[in-house]
Design a protein around this ligand. Structure first.
Ligand code: FAD
Length: 439
């Protein structure tokens, strides 16, 4: 039997159209495997998706990509003739004081340029920090340590005004809790990598248009089934595969990729039975919230740079959508401090943020409108010793995808994409069919 016939016999159902599920689906479909993609929400894209508000399209939260996201960027290039992204050299303005800016120089000179040209940091500290970055690949002793412990010999000002805010931005985990090994890995791939890896990429279109829409269009045009607004409630095993239940209906599946967020994957595993340990392992992964407050000001309002960072404010990062998406006067304010979301209501947080922006940046006290979005389980808390599950389960037809799956990265788009690709590759290898690409 030829490869194409073999592939047609291996069907895969994917629950969850976040970036992990979408990556698995498009990869399998392009290789000629029939796929069915099922998503609970009407708008696909998961934790990186469009949100419709008034007459505008926002995202569920501010996202940015890094030049080191090789798998994500390669997939995006295959989906768009020109991906709707604006690419900028890394520039971090923190507390209107530290200005870290990477020059277009070969590695490691680019990192040196950033460190030594940064204003507001002590020289000896810069030297120490540059040595750390230059020698990251050889550096050991991160295992079991937090970022704060790992960097205890670095200069205090550099830690507080550079490494710690960077850690919070990259891992969404404060430095006193964050896993030094994951942080080091991200630094190796960015600051210690080639110059292009340090670039920041901002979507110029909404996140669903960036990823889910072109993938779903391709899946359907290749004859695959996509069901949105369909929440799978439970799963049953039968000899040849699975039965997935939703509403009053059910659908059969052969290979099954659970590409839901961690809590939902754990819940569905419980309905399936026989995976108690795995379900408990997933449940034990702690998560961290993120709040994005979009504030619409008059069109004349803008920030001095596309992105500004703050260390001792409610706001951690501000993004100017006028500069990034042509939406003049629209500012996205991000806070990842879990305490704020536990103690205050969303309107109270939005009000406090408007006040901060007025006092510190001279923006009008009252925006024209605001929309606050609270993602309660935005990312897993990247603490040392987390026991994250693998893609494979003890059931040869059941696979797991998602940003929380074991891997080198924190909970990011790249981690989600990598996990989806890995599942697709496992299914291809398992079914022993030769590789073929269908455009
Ligand atoms: C506010 C915010 C800001 C972020 N910023 C960044 C950033 O700047 N850069 C970055 O790289 N990452 C960022 N992240 C992290 C990134 O968004 C996630 O890591 C990534 O989107 C996770 O993708 P996923 O596919 O693993 O999971 P998800 O996106 O959670 O996808 C799971 C999907 O499964 C669906 N689902 C769940 N249960 C069922 C069911 N029973 N039936 C059917 N469907 C189901 C869900 O609706 C969802 O669409 C941010 C996250 C948030 C929330």
């Amino acid at each position: 039997m030829c490869g194409a016939e073999n592939r047609l016999k291996v069907s895969t159902t994917i629950i969850g159209a976040g970036w992990a599920g979408l990556s698995a689906a498009i990869t399998l479909a392009r290789q000629g495997y029939p796929v069915t993609l099922i998503e609970a929400r009407q708008v696909p894209g998961g934790r990186a998706r469009a949100v419709y508000y008034k007459d505008t399209i926002l995202d569920n939260g501010q996202h940015l990509l890094s030049g080191a996201y090789t798998e994500t960027l390669s997939l995006l290039s295959s989906l768009h003739s020109i991906p709707p992204l604006i690419r900028m050299p890394l520039r971090l303005n923190i507390d209107n004081h530290v200005n870290f800016r990477i020059l277009n120089l070969p590695s490691p000179l680019h990192a040196a340029s950033g460190m030594f040209l940064a204003k507001g940091l002590p020289f000896i500290g810069k030297l120490k920090a540059f040595n750390l970055i230059k020698n990251l690949r050889q550096s050991k002793y991160t295992s079991g340590k937090t970022v704060q412990e790992w960097l205890e010999n670095q200069d205090r000002t550099i830690n507080e005004q550079f490494f710690f805010p960077l850690c919070l931005a990259l891992l969404n985990t404060p430095a006193d809790q964050a896993d030094a090994t994951i942080f080091k890995r991200v630094l190796i791939d960015t600051l210690a990598g080639p110059h292009s890896a340090t670039d920041l990429l901002f979507p110029t279109d909404d996140l669903t248009a960036l990823f889910a829409t072109p993938i779903i269009h391709t899946l359907r045009s290749l004859g695959n089934k996509v069901m949105v607004g369909t929440r799978i409630q439970s799963i049953k095993r039968h000899p040849e595969g699975f039965e997935l239940f939703y509403g009053k209906s059910s659908i059969r599946a052969q290979h099954l990729i659970l590409a839901c967020d961690a809590p939902q994957s754990s819940r569905l595993l419980d309905t399936l039975g026989g995976h108690t340990n795995l379900s408990r392992q997933i449940q034990s992964i702690p998560h961290q919230p993120l709040i994005t407050v979009y504030l619409q000001y008059p069109e004349t309002v803008s920030l001095s740079q596309p992105m500004l960072g703050f260390t001792k404010k409610i706001v951690n990062w501000l993004f100017d959508h006028g500069r990034l998406r042509g939406k003049k006067g629209l500012i996205a304010a991000v806070t990842s401090n879990a305490i704020h979301s536990q103690q205050y209501s969303l309107p109270a947080i939005a009000k406090a943020i408007s006040k901060e922006l007025s006092q510190n940046l001279g923006l009008p006290l009252q925006p024209l409108w605001y929309k606050a979005i609270h993602e309660k389980q935005a990312t897993f808390l990247a603490i040392p010793g987390l026991n994250r599950p693998e893609h494979k389960t003890h059931d040869p037809l059941l696979w797991l995808a998602g940003d929380y799956i074991a891997g080198p990265y924190p909970a990011t788009i790249e981690a989600a994409v990598q996990s989806g690709l890995k599942c697709a590759e496992c299914i291809r290898l398992k079914t022993g069919t030769p590789y073929a690409t269908y455009s």
